[in-house]
Design a protein around this ligand. Structure first.
Ligand SMILES: Nc1ncnc2c1ncn2[C@@H]1O[C@H](COP(=O)(O)OP(=O)(O)OP(=O)(O)O)[C@@H](O)[C@H]1O
Ligand SMILES: [Mg+2]
Length: 371
């Protein structure tokens, strides 16, 4: 038996404060995130589930009409509690300004045309906003204790891991030439700040006096915002590198997805984060039959052909998993459900499979699921 990825142990571990799922497209990251969040919440934890993926899949999986940028309670959860939200990049940037800019300047900054231009181009950088949002949620969870677990569903790409590097990239960006120019205490705008009249006169002739005063407002608030932004990114960096963060790699039994899972696990190890294991989702469960039952089934050619087919599929999947996944990687298997994960009951069902602790056996003949 390969080492089992103990999903329920991970969710019960109160020291785990953040679970991040990652994996290639379409393998079930969103469904697995929802299943982990619902299972943890129904086991008594207070969970907030955030999806960085702009697609509506998470809302659909939770049986909700939609999700916004603010946490909203998921109805029908017993035990603990579950709130869910979708990353809204512009709103996150505005919230960052609200919490980091000087209080009396917030409205002025939010209305400022330079800020608007920057926030729409800059907030396109999903990783920074995901980092900021995670930081906001984490600090809020520490401050008011509303949540004790944050589950993060990442978008479908290898670059999902880029958000781990976002704090470092933010430092480089802030130290880089473009933002240095904008920094009022260091760059040329220092001259504007100190009101060097000839320079401001000249600039106002070039860009117009309205634009100049907009730029002054923006520049003076900008450094404070950037400083706050970087401080929070630092908190996230420390959090993600600590044992309080657990990464879950999701794969399907297809070769490409398994290879990607191995890639993700290697990347996570390289970044010194804690990858708890791999969930191989949508595995075809073999049905084990006694020889008597098998003989009886032969009398029904269609059913017998189906049984042989699922067994052959399982065997092929099993071999692929053993070959593609390194023996050192703990694995949990989740069977293909008979329906899509589009309501809370299906999410719960997937959660039960994950928490049920079905591992990868060396022998394919060992039944994964007895039915
Ligand atoms: N165990 C399962 N059994 C049956 N259907 C599943 C299972 N897991 C996921 N699905 C279905 O597979 C599809 C893809 O799942 P999901 O959206 O969770 O994947 P994803 O990795 O988040 O995709 P993307 O990369 O596009 O974000 C969905 O239609 C979902 O309902
Ligand atoms: Mg998804």
């Amino acid at each position: 038996m390969r080492e089992l990825f103990d999903v329920s142990g991970m969710l019960a571990d109160r020291a785990v404060r953040v679970v991040v799922t990652c994996g290639t497209g379409g393998v079930g990251k969103t469904s697995v995130s929802a299943a982990l969040a619902v299972t943890a919440a129904e086991a008594g934890r207070h969970v907030v589930l955030v999806t960085v993926d702009p697609a509506k899949r998470l809302a659909t999986a939770l049986g909700l009409a939609g999700l916004g940028g603010e946490p909203q309670p998921v109805p029908g959860i017993s035990g603990g509690s579950l709130d869910a939200l979708m990353l809204d990049m512009t709103q996150t940037f505005d919230d960052a300004v609200r919490s980091h800019a000087p209080r009396n300047r917030v409205d002025e900054v939010l209305r400022n045309p330079f800020y608007k231009a920057l926030s729409t181009s800059f907030s396109g950088t999903q990783d920074y906003m995901a980092t900021e949002k995670l930081g906001q949620l984490y600090e809020r969870s520490l401050a008011d204790g509303r949540w004790d677990l944050i589950v993060v569903d990442t978008p479908p790409s290898r670059s999902a891991l880029d958000f781990l590097d976002a704090p470092a990239r933010l430092d480089r960006l802030a130290e880089g030439p473009v933002l240095q120019l904008l920094a009022p205490s260091r760059g040329p705008l220092k001259l504007i700040g100190t009101g060097l009249s000839q320079v401001t006169w000249l600039i106002s002739k070039i860009i117009g006096s309205k634009a100049l005063s907009d730029l002054q407002v923006f520049a003076s608030a900008f450094e404070t915002v950037m400083t706050g932004f970087r401080r929070r990114a630092g908190v996230v960096r420390t959090l993600l590198a600590s044992p309080a963060a657990a990464f879950v790699v999701v794969a399907s039994p297809r070769k490409a997805a398994l290879d990607e899972a191995r890639f993700f696990a290697d990347q996570l190890r390289g970044r010194r984060t804690t990858s708890r294991g791999v969930v191989v989702n949508r595995v075809t469960p073999p049905v084990s039959l006694s020889s008597g039952d098998e003989a009886a089934l032969r009398e029904h050619p269609e059913a017998y052909a189906w049984w042989r087919g699922t067994w052959a599929t399982w065997k092929a999947q099993h071999e692929r998993m053993l070959t593609a996944l390194p023996a050192s990687l703990p694995v949990a298997l989740a069977a293909m459900l008979e329906r899509e994960v589009t309501d809370l009951d299906a999410v719960r069902e997937l959660g039960l499979l994950l928490a049920g602790g079905v591992g990868l056996a060396e022998e394919h003949g060992t039944p994964v699921v007895d039915i």
